[in-house]
Design a protein around this ligand. Structure first.
Ligand code: 5GP
Ligand code: ZN
Length: 115
């Protein structure tokens, strides 16, 4: 799957839109969320455009697994003692950018369910 012209995160992946990059490799990219909900709040995306977690997992399950591994590398690099990985899927679950992304949240006490 290639870049989608009207997609914000495709724009970040291509470098057209600036972002505070944390880690990148050929297929995956991570950058700091513009509106952080925790001291560490990093987004992990595949460079290729998939609209949500289900679409990514169906189309490329290996890349979906690599995204999880990448998220844990980000957390290790950020030095958090524990972290949460969140993938909002669908507008009803709060997804607002329809290029699949995992939120990596840490650096403060995170309870579940969120209070
Ligand atoms: P969602 O609501 O889709 O799960 O998460 C989208 C995330 O993207 C939000 O946490 C939001 O703060 C972040 N975001 C939206 N626009 C930008 C942007 O231009 N740059 C960065 N770095 N993050 C963004
Ligand atoms: Zn995209």
């Amino acid at each position: 799957m290639t870049a989608k012209t009207d997609c914000l995160f495709c724009g970040i992946a291509s470098g057209d839109i600036p972002a505070d990059i944390v880690l990148r490799d050929e297929h995956l990219l991570s950058f700091r969320d513009i509106n952080p909900q925790a001291p560490v709040h990093v987004l992990v995306i595949p460079v290729a455009h998939y609209s949500n977690a289900g679409q990514l997992a169906d189309a490329d399950p290996m890349l979906a697994g690599q995204l999880l591994e990448f998220a844990s590398r980000v957390a290790d690099q950020e030095g958090v003692s524990g972290y949460r990985i969140v993938m909002n899927t669908g507008a009803d679950a709060g997804q607002s950018v329809f290029h699949v992304h995992a939120h990596v949240l840490g650096g403060r006490s995170l309870t579940w369910p969120p209070g």
